[in-house]
Design a protein. Sequence first.
Length: 71
Amino acid sequence: MQKGLGTTMKIFGLVLAVIGIGLAIWGYQLSDSVGSQVTQAVTGADTDKVMYYYISGAVSFIVGMYLFNKN
């Protein structure tokens, strides 16, 4: 029974890692939008939406890699 649970956790970890990469790429693409570039020019920082995508992508990737490498 444990072997099946381990395989499920590895698959779930891999899915989370892929989602994390996708969110980071999506955030990068959003940072090239006109609105984001204007905000960057005025404030010197990325918009909150872009930062949320970067942070959630990184967290998802790290948790996914942890679950994939566990056991």
